[in-house]
Design a protein around this ligand. Structure first.
Ligand SMILES: [Fe+2]
Length: 383
């Protein structure tokens, strides 16, 4: 596919995701970890403007001098910025301004991509595309939080199966031999720097479930008093649930004796056959303890993933997010993309129903702080 076609397709998909929103939905930030959808639209645009247009087009004039401040996310090397918890405080630039900004950058990118671009530019272009796709998933997560936080439970999609993922296969454990395995990305296709370098790792024999944990299985944990029994919980997790009064996955509530949960298709009864979603690492680890199983390491997951279906929920692993041996971050500002986050976060593997279809790899390493629940996360057990 031509670069300009790829660009248009990905940029357009972001706007399609925002189609069901009204102006007020674009600007609020109901929690510090949620970004207003308007911010995602501006930030992904800024990424192309900053890393490609300003760098490779001589005489390109920045669209607006304060957009660096509004739309820089965390790049220390690219100057001061609004701190993340404050992104919802600004009524200007307006949603219309941001859409005009997108159009402006798209027109310049289109022109730029119609000619032969340098290898360096092409690498940054690919990163910009993958970056926008990551924000497409974040947009769905954030829109869900904005709507799920609202007691009117607005419907985002009229497709009632929008997020559902029924587990049809029987829950069996598959045996994987121990030995030396190659872990990490080793082809020439795109990957993030944190997936490299590929390296050898020894793994002891293990067994891993073919299927994800269902709502039914998780309800057994809840009904067995799982949230009230310290024996299953990591100390930090136990403190987290006490301080935040957590007693169920995010978006779940009991109404007239029935468990309901908010989905982007509206509030619905929790379906027993569906894959569990929106749990923290602490909850995943407690559930595994209660089941007398454990979470797989990210290495076990990568080795076994060819033998099971994955991709509807990000799967918590027991691996801390750390650099692979001889990891080298990219040079320049994009070196801040992954490496500096390698502390106090856990790796999730796979992909989710919110991940763009062409943004999935067996070596992909997603990462979140262990208390986060708003990503589409689930559990696969190992032993
Ligand atoms: Fe970003």
């Amino acid at each position: 596919m031509e670069l300009s076609d790829r660009y248009r397709m990905v940029r357009n998909r972001t706007e399609v995701i925002c189609k069901p929103l009204i102006t007020e939905d674009f600007v609020i930030q109901p929690a510090e970890f949620v970004s207003p959808p308007k911010w995602h639209l501006g930030h992904t645009t800024w990424f192309f403007e900053k890393l490609i247009l300003q760098k490779f087009i001589s005489g390109y004039k920045q669209y607006h001098s304060s957009y660096d401040y509004f739309f820089n996310s965390y790049y220390e090397s690219l100057g001061p910025r609004v701190s993340q918890p404050d992104r919802g405080y600004f009524s200007r630039p307006s949603v219309e301004d941001v859409l005009r900004y997108r159009k402006h950058v798209d027109e310049h990118m289109d022109l730029y991509l119609s000619e032969q671009i340098s290898e360096e530019a092409e690498i940054l272009f690919s990163l910009g595309i993958q970056h926008e796709q990551q924000h497409q998933e974040l947009l769905l997560m954030d829109i869900k939080y904005i709507f799920g936080f609202n007691p009117m439970y607005p419907v985002y999609s009229s497709d009632s199966a929008f997020e559902s993922e029924e587990i049809k296969e029987k829950n069996i454990f598959i045996q994987i031999d121990g030995g030396m395995y190659t872990i990490g990305h080793c082809t020439d296709d795109f990957c993030f720097d944190n997936e490299k370098p590929a390296h050898q790792t020894y793994v002891a024999p293990f067994r891993i479930s073919k299927t994800l944990v269902t709502n039914h299985e998780y309800l057994e944990f809840i009904e067995d008093g799982g949230y009230g029994d310290f024996r299953w919980w990591l100390d930090e997790g136990w403190r987290w649930l006490k301080e935040n009064q957590i007693s169920a996955p995010l978006y779940w509530r009991k109404s007239d004796g029935e468990w309901m949960h908010y989905t982007l298709a509206g509030e619905k009864p929790v379906s027993m056959k569906e894959a569990l979603c929106h749990i923290s690492y602490y909850e995943a680890a407690a559930f595994a303890n209660w089941k007398q199983k454990r979470l797989p390491t990210e290495f076990e997951w990568e080795i076994a993933a060819r033998k099971f279906e994955w991709g509807s929920r990000w799967e918590w692993t027991s691996s801390a997010y750390l650099p692979y041996p001889n990891f080298k971050p990219n040079e320049g500002p994009t070196g801040e993309y992954n490496g500096k986050f390698m502390v106090n976060q856990m790796v999730l593997r796979g992909a989710s129903i919110a991940t763009p279809p062409d943004h999935r790899r067996i070596t992909y390493r997603n990462f979140f702080h262990p208390h986060r629940q708003w990503q589409y996360s689930g559990i696969r057990l190992a032993e």
